[in-house]
Design a protein around this ligand. Structure first.
Ligand code: SF4
Length: 73
């Protein structure tokens, strides 16, 4: 059984565009100008995929419970 997905934001890459917060406000927030996951683990959902795909610098990684990167593709 899946335990959900993990979200990571690489704050060395994040340029603070805010796209992820706009796409998935339930899952990302801004902290001192950089994005952070609201929760490190989430239920599987399309919004976090869309947010990871929308990041202009691919700073977001969404992983399944095996650690495989699901997004960005
Ligand atoms: S979309 Fe990417 S660059 Fe923009 S705030 Fe989110 S993590 Fe940072």
């Amino acid at each position: 059984m899946s335990t959900g997905w993990r979200i990571e934001v690489d704050t060395d890459r994040c340029i603070g565009s805010g796209s992820c917060v706009g796409m998935a406000p339930a899952h990302f927030r801004m902290e001192s100008g950089l994005a952070a996951p609201v929760s490190a683990t989430v239920e599987e959902n399309e919004a976090v995929i869309d947010a990871a795909e929308s990041c202009p610098v691919e700073a977001i990684a969404v992983r399944d419970d095996d650690g495989t990167v699901i997004a960005p593709s």
